[in-house]
Design a protein around this ligand. Structure first.
Ligand code: G6P
Length: 553
């Protein structure tokens, strides 16, 4: 039975607090010298300032009581131990095992999970070293210069986001590309300028059944063989050799990989206890390992591990993922927030918000609890964002002066990857000044008196007032290293976990993606012109397909 959080004493206490809740962050800062220290915590390399949140100590205490009543810590321990907490799929949830140290032990269903993880990791490392050193060669004996990862969802967003984030660590002469969309323009644009002789495809799919990935994998195979045939390099007899040298796969379904024609020796596995959106640190990250090398990847894993250990062991009062997850619950269920902005002031993190969307929204976009009963409270806020300062010139207007409550996470690092100067000015400092200015403007605003005191024309005074008390959390780290990136990802994984645990939902299934997949399959014949299939569908869909068929040249 999942706990209905609304039946807890803490929920009622929070509701009572929310009913009369007001906060003036200016006053809080003026009257409370300890606010910053008290609402700031560290987790490994991450410095997390929650002082500009809509939090009082009373609310925080009530939130911690809510976590206790909802047994969040027990549930966390069950996850780490490998209990089958993904109840609708009957699976353990063990992405944390992917980053445990060699020599640790964890036995699940009689299997040494950590031993398996390291055996597979060694295979991936060995493969990556061979590609990086030029020992792995294409069919004509040339080393690989381009790696194309074909995958979608968790088999794309994580590796791509991390590759973009860690560009400064990518080996010279190697480039990774990522093809995900079934829109054929995606694979076209990503292969049009490539030389088949020096291109290696990684087909990444947990299930190895995903329509987009298998279609793109077949298109890639055709592209490769056509190019090599046209150049007289490959004949029918040497096709399988070409595939072996230019295709590897990552999957939990190694039998399906073999069916596709990829040599099982060139396949890397993982396990059904790793959810797709939690898989960047499994063999799904193979393209990243090739790009940044095993040593950097090991550092990336160390970052995850540091936050896992913090989440598992830090007492509740200083446990950052726990506090941030609970803070989100406060915003969603008691203050009515519907969305949450993630704003990295690090250009290399430009895909981080997109990655976060799958992590958070596929995990917590649920309206039934694990036992099948309906949630009669909101779950799963909408995560969105863009890097700063770009967003400032686009949507920040709504955050500052709109009618909605949008909690924001600002992320920045002290040391830039490229310390460029504009004359005497360190440009990274301009970036950081913007970060600090935004969180300050959101929290403290600008009063009517202040606007007037600037000599503002009376009729536009209201338009120039900033209410303030717009919440933000600031997350800083020394630099965007592989370790820090691992820490950031693990932080949000566990924030997501905490929210799901309070809401009593299964954050590890994703049944909501199935219906559309099934209908797409059913509609394919109608789109292709099958009259009977067309007649069987609804009037709107039929009209759309008619429009398509009439317009298509
Ligand atoms: O890795 P695959 O099995 O190809 O799945 C790719 C993605 O598609 C599914 O529809 C799920 O929504 C995602 O969680 C998953 O990451």
């Amino acid at each position: 039975m999942s706990i209905d959080p609304t039946t807890t004493t803490a929920w009622q206490a929070l509701q009572d607090l929310a009913d009369v809740f007001t906060i003036d962050l200016r006053e809080e800062f003026d009257n409370d010298d300890n606010r910053v220290a008290d609402f700031t915590a560290r987790a490994s390399d991450l410095y997390v300032d929650m002082s500009k949140s809509l939090l009082t100590r009373e609310v925080r205490d009530a939130l911690l009581s809510l976590a206790a009543e909802c047994k969040v810590e027990e549930y966390r321990d069950a996850m780490f131990a490998g209990d089958k907490i993904n109840v609708t799929e009957g699976r353990s949830v063990l992405h944390t095992a992917l980053r445990r140290k060699q020599g640790d032990t964890l036995t699940v269903d009689g299997q040494d999970v950590i031993g398996d993880v390291h055996a597979e990791l060694d295979k991936v490392y060995d493969f990556a070293n061979r590609v990086r050193s030029g020992q792995w060669r294409g069919i004509t004996g040339k080393p690989i210069t381009h790696v194309v990862n074909i995958g979608i969802g968790g088999s794309d967003l994580g590796p791509k986001m991390a590759y973009e984030a860690l560009k400064p660590y990518v080996q010279d002469g190697l480039e990774c590309r990522f093809v995900s969309n079934i829109d054929p323009s995606d694979i076209y644009e990503n292969t049009v300028d490539l030389d088949a002789e020096t291109t290696l495809f990684i087909i990444a799919s947990k299930t190895f059944t995903t329509l987009e990935t298998l279609t793109n994998a077949r298109l890639a195979r055709t592209w490769l063989l056509d190019q090599l045939r046209d150049q007289g390099i490959v004949t029918e007899d040497s096709e399988s050799e070409a595939i072996a040298k230019h295709f590897v796969a990552v999957s939990t379904a190694l039998d399906k990989v073999a069916e596709f024609g990829i040599d099982p020796d060139n396949a890397f596995g993982f396990w059904d206890w790793v959810g797709g959106r939690y898989s960047v640190d499994s063999a799904i990250g193979t393209s990243l390992v090739v790009a940044i090398g095993p040593e950097n990847f090991a550092e990336f894993l160390a970052g995850f591990r540091a936050i896992d250990e913090h989440f598992a062991n830090e007492p509740a009062e200083g446990n950052v993922p726990l506090l941030l997850g609970l803070l989100n619950v406060w915003y969603v269920n008691f203050l009515g927030a519907e969305s949450h902005a993630v704003l990295p002031y690090v250009q290399y993190l430009h895909r981080f918000p997109a990655y976060m969307q799958q992590l958070t929204m596929e995990s917590n976009g649920k309206s039934v609890r694990s036992d099948g009963s309906y949630t009669e409270y909101d779950t799963g806020e909408i995560f969105w964002g863009e890097p700063g300062t770009n967003g400032q010139h686009a949507f920040y207007q709504l955050i500052h002066q709109g009618t909605r409550l949008i909690p924001c996470d600002f992320i920045a690092v002290a040391n830039p990857a490229h310390g460029l100067k504009d004359g005497e000015t360190d440009v990274h400092e301009l970036l950081l000044a913007n970060f600090f200015a935004q969180t300050k403007a959101l929290a403290f605003g600008k009063t009517e008196e202040e606007v007037r005191a600037e000599g503002t024309e009376e009729k536009i005074v209201p338009a120039r007032i900033f209410e303030g008390n717009k919440p933000s959390t600031s997350i800083m780290a020394p630099e965007l290293s592989p370790k820090v990136l691992g820490e950031l990802i693990a932080l949000y994984e566990h924030i997501t976990f905490v929210e799901g645990a309070v809401w009593g939902i299964d954050s590890f299934d994703q049944w909501g993606v199935e219906l559309g997949k099934q209908l797409a399959k059913d509609l394919t014949p109608a789109v292709a012109g099958d009259e009977k299939a067309l007649r069987e569908t609804d009037a709107s869909t039929r009209a759309l397909i008619d429009y398509y068929r009439n317009e298509r040249e």
